[in-house]
Design a protein around this ligand. Structure first.
Ligand code: PDD
Length: 284
């Protein structure tokens, strides 16, 4: 079955799905995106993803490509045409096609492209044994709350992680505090059992998975603290983990080459991981 992509109103064979060279996403990274996990043919936590999509568009003053109900129909159709039952759906909107000029074009139509794919399995052992993380300076701009397609700093960071044999790189601000991973949110569990993650200000993306884990923490009666934590604190933490749409919740067992606690996934990370899995199954 050929893979099908959605491009500005048309469903096209993936190999021929193209946008114009003067699409502002291509020239200026002038656009935003979302990634939604698909389970049993349905979108997990679709509404918060759509809400964040609207937020990102609004912050960049890009008009929505279409009403939310229509977007849902397009994504549903795309899943069907690709027969994706378990996987990911990606969609992106840019300010559209216009002659290259930094200021907003007077006339441009918001573009929308979308792809669906079956889920690529996580690295072998990632689920059972946890993952390694390295720390790197956060060199990104000051509006990381916007899910912008301007991801080159994240790309460089992820590559640095891979070259260091790690799954993810946690980015560190000028004060020495962890902001987030290159495509995941960062968490620790302190000695006294508090689950700590940075507050969702402009320095991080407010992860949809992060918010789902907040609900689980509250429901299960654990203690959540939204505050920055330093690299030193993370290295001395009882547990650490990361979250995202693509990774779900993964224990972090090594940080900059040293084991976190005993180097094994912690009990709370494991419990939260299971609870998140149950949430995703129920939400789907
Ligand atoms: N990344 N932080 C960053 C920088 C991200 O890019 C992501 C998501 C997250 C986690 O957000 P969520 O839980 O809503 O997926 C945090 C997506 C999956 C990606 O770029 O592929």
């Amino acid at each position: 079955m050929p893979r099908i992509a959605y491009v500005n109103g048309r469903y096209l064979p993936h190999a021929h799905a193209q946008v114009h060279i003067e699409d502002r996403g291509y020239q200026f990274a002038d656009g935003v995106y979302e990634v939604i996990h698909v389970r049993d043919g349905r979108l997990i936590d679709a509404e918060p993803h759509f809400e964040r999509f609207d937020y990102s568009l609004g912050e960049l003053h890009i008009a929505p490509p279409m009403p939310r109900a229509a977007l849902r129909l397009v994504l549903g159709e795309l899943l069907q045409r690709n027969a994706v039952l378990n996987g990911l759906i990606y969609f992106q909107s840019t300010r559209g096609v216009a002659p290259r000029d930094h200021k907003f074009p007077a006339k441009a139509r918001t573009s929308l492209v979308a792809t669906a794919k079956r889920l690529r399995p996580l690295p072998a052992g990632a689920l059972d044994n946890g993952v390694a993380v390295v720390t790197i300076p956060d060199i990104r701009w000051q509006r990381c709350d916007i899910k912008s397609v301007a991801l080159v700093a994240n790309v460089l960071g992820k590559q640095q992680a891979r070259e260091a044999g790690a799954y993810e790189a946690w980015q560190v601000d000028r004060e020495g505090y962890v902001t987030e991973g290159t495509s995941t949110n960062a968490w620790i569990v302190t000695e006294d059992g508090a689950v700590v993650t940075r507050a969702a200000d402009h320095s991080i993306l407010n992860g949809v998975t992060r918010l789902a884990v907040f609900d689980i923490i509250h429901r299960e009666g654990y203690r959540l603290v939204e505050r920055p934590f330093s690299v030193a604190e993370a290295k001395a933490a009882r547990e650490a983990f990361l979250t995202s749409t693509t990774a779900d919740l993964l224990p972090v067992v090594r940080l900059d080459g040293a084991p976190v606690a005993d180097g094994k996934p912690g009990p709370l990370s494991r419990k939260l991981r299971e609870a998140y899995f149950a949430h995703a199954t129920a939400a789907a």
